[in-house]
Design a protein around this ligand. Structure first.
Ligand code: UTP
Length: 445
């Protein structure tokens, strides 16, 4: 006991130590457990470092853009796709969903994957993903292991939702849910935030995924199953081509790299996406909030953006890469947010893309935004359920048009992922049979 108090005092957390001393019984045990889950020396060092560092210090002066090409324009694309399908068919690929975030911008009360973006089918993001994966698994003839990272704040709700929906048809033995770690939020002057005699513990960022994958035994589970490639994606991209065979085939057949990442052309200088760049000649991502304006607005002679490679949080790792990252130290980023009613608190998080410099070379794989990237971040405006509905509606309409199906002018369409993974197999006959069931029509808003 005195050890806890000493540790807290040594880390400048006298207020918390005093608070603990006032508690008894169950309340004391709970707060003690929270306290023991944290590394107080690290928190102290983080606060000292972050409260004295300016934004520009996060970014190396030697920042160069990372060139990329749209993969579908490459002559090897069909070969990559076939290679990826073979690997999927051998059971060598797994999907890894990072879903431990709090989704505060969306303002939905529950795990973001449970959110219904308002498509005519009213399927949740989790259901859309489960169906897409199962369609692909059926095509390649092998189940795809699905790892789902939650946080202690949304774990139970996530697992309950899947259970209530019978895992959306996914075989239970092919899914693994596991928690990521948490870190204590600090007040503006560096004290632990306490709420109802508990620490304000928040998820430690999606960069916690490498630690969590290993510590939960999931990495070992994947290795045992013979998985060699892990496709990592975010919960809120309504257009994510999960386990895209071409992407997998490209890394497998071309790459000496340990990882590959999908890249889109940035919509404009102010788009809130990180950019791929070389820092000190090492590949990585600079988050939009860390990118100084001078870099953000930099243009080439033809007026195009110099730092144009947008990160859409779709990555592929070789299993050796994940093995290497399980014990690696990633840097901490900060956000100043209101926590438990206290403004400008310090929240610390790790970003998974900071792993790339540690893995050496990385393969960028350019994709078309309209086909693969529609994040649901905000309740309204940009990157919202409305923009996602419209993007899906337009893309699926285009799939049907390419299949020589006559679509109604002005209408949008939702094609069930159970019917088509990425636009394949939608002949006129399928359309006529499925319209109103697995193909739903809706109006643009
Ligand atoms: P975001 O950066 O959009 O964060 O996450 P968020 O927490 O979901 O949303 P806001 O910022 O509070 O509005 C990108 C992806 O990383 C996951 C999210 O679940 C999402 O899939 N993530 C984020 C984690 O898994 N853990 C975290 O600690 C943070």
């Amino acid at each position: 006991m005195s050890n806890i108090i000493e540790t807290l005092n040594a880390a400048g957390q006298q207020d918390l130590a005093a608070r603990l001393e006032t508690l008894e019984g169950d309340a004391r045990a709970k707060l003690e457990r929270d306290i023991l889950s944290q590394d107080w020396e690290e928190l102290r060092a983080l606060y000292t470092e972050k409260s004295t560092t300016s934004l520009e210090d996060n970014v190396s002066a030697d920042l160069k853009p990372m060139p990329f090409k749209i993969a579908a324009d490459d002559l090897r694309y069909a070969f990559w796709k076939e290679t990826g399908e073979i690997l999927l068919g051998k059971g060598q690929v797994a999907a890894f969903l990072v879903a431990g975030g709090q989704g505060s911008r969306l303002g939905f009360d529950g795990p973001k994957g449970m959110f219904d973006i308002g498509l005519p089918s009213h399927k949740s993001l989790f259901q859309l993903q489960a169906e897409r994966l199962q369609n692909l698994a059926a095509q390649v003839g092998h189940a795809i292991p699905w790892c789902i990272m939650t946080s202690p704040l949304n774990h139970e709700a996530t697992v309950n939702f899947f259970t209530e929906h019978r895992f959306f048809g996914y075989a239970r033995e092919n899914i693994r849910f596991f928690d990521q770690g948490t870190i204590c939020a600090l007040t503006p002057d560096g004290h632990a935030v306490v709420d109802n005699d508990r620490l304000a513990l928040v998820p430690d960022g999606n960069g916690g995924c490498f630690r969590a994958l290993a510590q939960s035994g999931t990495l070992a589970w994947l290795i045992e199953r013979g998985v060699r490639y892990v496709f990592l994606y975010s919960v809120d991209n309504a257009l994510c081509r999960i386990c895209d065979p071409a992407f997998i085939g490209a890394l497998a057949s071309e790459g000496r790299s340990m990882s590959a990442s999908k890249v889109v052309h940035k919509a404009g200088p102010n788009e809130n996406v990180g950019i791929f760049a070389l820092q000190n000649n090492k590949p990585g991502v600079v988050e939009y909030s860390d990118l100084p304006e001078s870099y953000r607005d930099m243009t080439n002679a033809d007026g195009s953006l110099t730092f144009d490679g947008g990160n859409i949080a779709i990555h592929l790792f070789k299993i050796e890469g994940l093995r290497k990252l399980q014990t690696s130290k990633l840097p901490w980023h900060t956000a100043r947010k209101t926590v438990c009613g206290i403004e400008k608190c310090w929240k610390f998080e790790q970003f998974l893309f900071d792993a790339f410099p540690q893995l050496g070379t990385m393969m960028p794989f350019g994709v078309i935004r309209e086909e693969e990237f529609s994040p649901v971040k905000n309740a309204d405006g940009n990157d919202s359920p409305k923009t996602a509905r419209e993007m899906i509606g337009r893309l699926h309409r285009e799939w049907l048009r390419k299949a020589h199906v006559e679509v109604k002018p002005g209408k949008l369409y939702e094609v069930s992922p159970t019917l088509s993974y990425a636009g394949e197999g939608l002949s006129r006959r399928v359309f006529e049979r499925e319209l109103g069931r697995n193909i739903l029509e809706f109006d643009a808003e």
